[in-house]
Design a protein around this ligand. Structure first.
Ligand code: WQD
Length: 316
């Protein structure tokens, strides 16, 4: 089974590709992807939003005998999506439409779609279930929800078999050379700050949580990558009750708890600076993972300390 991974030179995509093995084919525009992450694999440089992207993808699919697609290629900076919504719709929505067109035209009917907890927006629940109302609060989250609708409509129109994986907060490194090189999320941002001898920033300490800081559900990137392989196996089954699955640890960690884990792992007893909270930050966003555990037989294996340690070891 040859699988095509779009965004496969990215942080998450390269972990998925490594687990899938040497027959994996990578499509990436290298706007964020790193070529050395996928050395040894077939790589096609394609901008999925370009007018000829579908035609190029069809050639790749036929040439390599692709039987399934894992679609991760997307831009995912929330703040940037607010400033440049048109760019995000072009890249994340139009790009995905080209992928679906190429799949339909070549008869490839199995898809794992990289979705996000950002589809939920700011749900006021302890644990978020997949049937929690999705009310995204930024264009990035909207593009991911629209992507789920596109896959659903393709399933109705021509029989696409799909799984949407709603990622919670991904961190860590399965292999040091595949570490997250973008400093865009809490753990890498804190690492960069302490390496520069600066105080990490805590965005808000008066939220309605135990210690006042925001709570998120951190999942190891290797566990997340394994969920993609479980999803591909699930697509071979005809009895598929659901298409959408949360991918998280099922437990939450506050920003202060993450900072404490970083102090323990790095041995650096740094101080942090508390700033006002970010607009649009939900106080708590944690996954109910009962559906993925029951139907895909997947659960997260690494805890917060192991996630932090793997990320720190990868850059030390
Ligand atoms: C985590 C927590 C911040 C930086 C992101 C993406 C979302 C999804 C999940 C892909 C928040 C706090 C952060 C800092 C801080 N990814 N923080 N100081 O916002 O939960 O969501 O990851 O689908 O699309 O937006 O992640 O890492 O930005 O923040 O206090 O310097 O850490 O307020 O509570 P977030 P994050």
């Amino acid at each position: 089974m040859a699988v095509l991974v779009t965004g496969g030179a990215g942080y998450i995509g390269s972990h998925v590709a490594r687990l899938l093995g040497p027959s994996t084919v990578i499509v990436d525009d290298f706007s964020a992807g790193v070529e050395t992450r996928v050395s040894g694999l077939a790589v096609e440089r394609i901008d999925l939003s370009s007018a000829d992207a579908a035609a190029k993808l069809e050639v790749v699919i036929r040439e390599h005998g692709i039987t399934a697609v894992v679609h991760l290629a997307a831009h995912k900076k929330v703040g940037e999506s607010v400033e440049r919504p048109e760019f995000y719709y072009l890249q994340n929505v139009a790009g995905f439409a080209n992928v679906l067109t190429a799949m339909r035209n070549t008869g490839v009917d199995k898809l794992v779609f990289s979705s996000s907890a950002a589809t939920y927006g700011m749900p006021d629940v302890e644990l978020v279930k997949e049937d929690t109302l999705c009310q995204p609060i930024n264009p990035y989250g909207e593009t991911k929800l629209i992507g789920e609708w596109m896959a659903r409509d393709a399933a109705v129109a021509w029989g696409l078999r799909h799984v949407n994986l709603r990622y919670f907060n991904v961190a860590g490194a399965g292999w040091p050379e595949l570490a997250d090189t973008e400093v865009a999320n809490l753990i890498p941002i804190v690492f960069a700050a302490i390496k520069a001898g600066e105080k990490p920033k805590v965005f808000g300490d008066s939220y309605p949580t135990a210690d006042g800081s925001c709570i998120r559900d951190y999942v190891h990137v290797l566990d997340l990558a394994k969920a993609h392989l479980s999803a591909l196996e699930y697509l071979d089954r005809d009895d598929r009750d659901h298409a959408t699955f949360n991918v998280g640890s099922g437990s939450g960690s506050s920003v202060f708890e993450v900072l404490d884990a970083i102090r323990r792992v790095t041995g650096n007893n740094f101080e942090a600076e508390v700033l006002p909270g970010r607009v649009g930050d939900p106080p708590r966003l944690c996954a109910d993972t009962s559906r993925i555990e029951k139907l895909l037989g997947w659960r997260a294996e690494s805890n917060l300390e192991e996630i932090v340690r793997s990320a720190w070891d990868a850059i030390s």
